[in-house]
Design a binder for this molecule. Sequence first.
Ligand code: BEZ
Ligand code: FE
Length: 312
Amino acid sequence: MKKTQVKTASKASTRNLSPDAVTAAVIERMQSARSDRFKSVMASLVTHLHAFAKEVQLTEEEWAFAIDFLTKTGQTCSASRQEFILLSDTLGLSTLVTQMNHPSQGQETEQTVLGPFHRESTPIFPLGADIAQGIKGKPLFISGTVSDSRGRPIANARVDIWHADPQGEYDVQKPALGGAMQLRGVFNTDGEGRFHCWSIKPTSYPVPTDGPVGSLLKASKRHPMRPAHVHFMIEAKGFDRLITHVFEEGDRYIDSDAVFGVRDALIIPFKAHRSKLGPDGRILDRSHYRIHYDFHMRKPLSKPKRQNKASR
Ligand code: BEZ
Ligand code: FE
């Protein structure tokens, strides 16, 4: 059998490494990687990981516990469950990455976390459609506009909307639905950048707590709640994709969101209207709520050119 030749020549030995020498040795081992970005990201990761272990004087039991926690996190993931994103969200990493890559800027609408419940291939509905599809709840009229940072309307923008039901659950969390979609829909803005639809009023809800992330929240004595919100993903030609939510003003969890996603500019009143007549002329059998938000899209920032793409 032919032996694989591995080049080892120019590198220092990995034998007899002290705690102080092992970090540099690992980094040196990666120096032949092709991508400079990959090398610098990995060197930083190894440096911080080792510094963390030293700082807390990590015991073998704690290290084994952490490995088991990450193993369970992976095992909890499925086609409809992403426990690693939830871990990132509850540790504030998702908000950190979102805010670094989409810093708040003037008129442009702030971004916030995507969360694990967005679904590709949500159907397109005509303006004014009801995405509650028969689910009982307080009727909610959702309207808005999409424009550029100077308020010029964007026609034919794609507005993807999704939210939880009045019990705080998303369709993907209900196996009985067999994959059917509820409380989500895509709309295209009209010639003046407007959209509207009907749904039902969402409520505050807990992030999933039956997996390892739930155990972590419990051990940290943290509640798992998110304030009531409606998610939006808006896409328009020539603009950055906007991923955001609007939050209900006055929600009791507005200042303690379990995933750190609330921004002042995204908090709006969910206004109660006694009338049984909707703003689009629809006759209801009860009073209703209304929300409205004017979204402002951002032009893509010109990114500094990197020499090599990070290897995957
Ligand atoms: C959500 O709002 O859908 C969500 C975001 C982060 C973690 C869990 C849920
Ligand atoms: Fe949500």
